[in-house]
Design a protein around this ligand. Structure first.
Ligand code: ADP
Length: 139
């Protein structure tokens, strides 16, 4: 298995509830190496662009409001099989369906406010990492 990278955001609900430390610890304990990290806040235009694939969905407006209402923690993570293993670690989109011990099971409140993002492909991981970080912010 190749060592590769994925992109994550600890979403505004996770930051508001003070779960950043616990989630980063779980990410580290699961074998991911943090290669980029920052606290930042998305603008409306940022969130609309980041989630453009969902722009026709009924929850799009709610998603943009949620993702811009406060700071997020953005990070790039490195591990063998990073994209797939991180999706497993975070669990299903809806925390009600997420496996025991996953980040969303532990920290998410609802399908909308689900604590954490994880890229769904190597291609999107690269695009999403470049959306938030310059080359010299990634190590
Ligand atoms: P994932 O983040 O698990 O890849 P999606 O790409 O389908 O899930 O959706 C992106 C984000 O949009 C979700 O993480 C969640 O915050 C929000 N979302 C998805 N489905 C719904 C829904 N039915 N109602 C409200 N928000 C949703």
């Amino acid at each position: 298995m190749a060592t590769n990278r994925t992109f994550t955001m600890l979403k505004p609900d996770a930051v508001e509830k003070g779960h950043v430390g616990a989630i980063l610890e779980k990410i580290n304990a699961s074998g991911f190496r943090i290669v980029a990290l920052k606290l930042t806040q998305m603008t409306t235009a940022d969130a609309q662009a980041f989630y453009a694939i969902h722009k026709e969905r009924p929850f799009f407006g709610e998603l943009v409001e949620y993702m811009t209402r406060g700071p997020i923690v953005a990070a790039v993570l490195e591990k063998d099989n990073a994209v797939e293993d991180f999706r497993t670690l975070i669990g299903a989109t809806n925390p009600a369906d997420a496996a025991e011990g996953t980040i969303r099971k532990l920290y998410a409140a609802s399908i909308g406010e689900n604590a954490v993002h994880g890229s769904d492909s190597d291609e999107n991981a690269a695009i999403e990492s470049a959306f938030h970080f310059s080359g010299r912010e990634m190590f």
